[in-house]
Design a protein around this ligand. Sequence first.
Ligand code: GLU
Length: 419
Amino acid sequence: MTVRVRMAPSPTGLLHIGGVHTFLFNWLFARGRDGACMLRIENTDTSREVQEATEQIQRSLTWLGIDWDGPVTFQLDAIERSRELAARLVEEGAAYEDEGAIRFRMPEEGVTGWDDAVRGRIEFPNEQLEDVVLVRSDGRPTYNFASPVEDMDDAITHVIRGDDHISNTPKQIQILHALGHEPPVYAHVASILGTDGKKLSKRHGAVSVDEFHEAGYLPDALVNFLALIGWAPDGETTIMTRDEIVERFTLEAVSASPGTFDHAKLDWMNGVYLRALAPDAYADEVVKYLGERGVDWPEDRVRAMAPLVQEKVARLGEIADFTRFLFEDVAPDPSLLDRRILEAAAQALAAVDDWTAAELEVALKRLCEDLGEKPRTVFAPIRVAVTGSRVSPGLYESLELLGRETSLERLRRGAELTA
Ligand code: GLU
């Protein structure tokens, strides 16, 4: 049996991190089994908002490297088919008309159950299942009808979705049986909670995939991080390539209890991914990221700056503020400057022949000795004068890249600012 799964977003806004988490599980499951992963938009109309959300969903998935097979399909296109099947069920006595709507006739006795691939056996007494509406009086099929119909027509083998759909499942199973179709395997993935144990929401910071892109997370890091929410190959492994995750992913190892979205862990992981990039690849990412955000700094200089920050930032979004002093003038806080040190530094550095980080280091260390001060005392005002901030990339490398003229000019101006 070839595995066939579907990612079925409702186009109601930006793709949420919880949604993409279940889509990732679908994708990992299919890709590890030579299966097919479809993208099905569960739209009930064709408004502009739907159009926009549909495009945004595809953009977000593409950015994350979560691809799909075949064309994107739309639930709305299944309207006619759903109506025909509903009419058939009415003819067969499995459904009935009720004030213009068509309702399914649920069995009144017995239980409906399934072996959930994540949660084990789940059963509902049939007396608890209401006669669910299949087609509304205005002719539109409901989600609970269109969805299993599409699962049947698309020959979906595994429905991997959020656990908020558990209560829909017995209804969908009954409908599929009435249609003469064997239901797929169901796997209900637990929702994601914030570190405070509450359902993940805006309160916890970024929640749409777009926001993570914007903040400068790498798709591979986000995928690695999301894969490990509610799934673990063993107790230890954290950093894994996409291929390794695909290879090791199984539904049996997905946890039935809610996973936690830990922003600090994501930042740590993203930093690991950023540092692991080859210098050129890292520079490419920085150039692309800044370019997409309309930062118009000269590319060769951005590339020269990249090695200064590769070890220092957890997100690409931190880079612009951190390195702005290399591209734009600075406005240091005079209270953090020190006239004696800055004048001495300007003089000492003016005598450096070879304006390289190595020579600048030698000169600045000698300056500390000459002034009889600790490096911390000497470097702090220099850093503020040159970078405009108390935190910056490495001082020697920053001075080198900034160049002799600008560096000396900023040291002298810093000294004057203290007066
Ligand atoms: N559109 C549903 C959702 O976004 C998915 C339903 C399903 O997978 O059956 O929650």
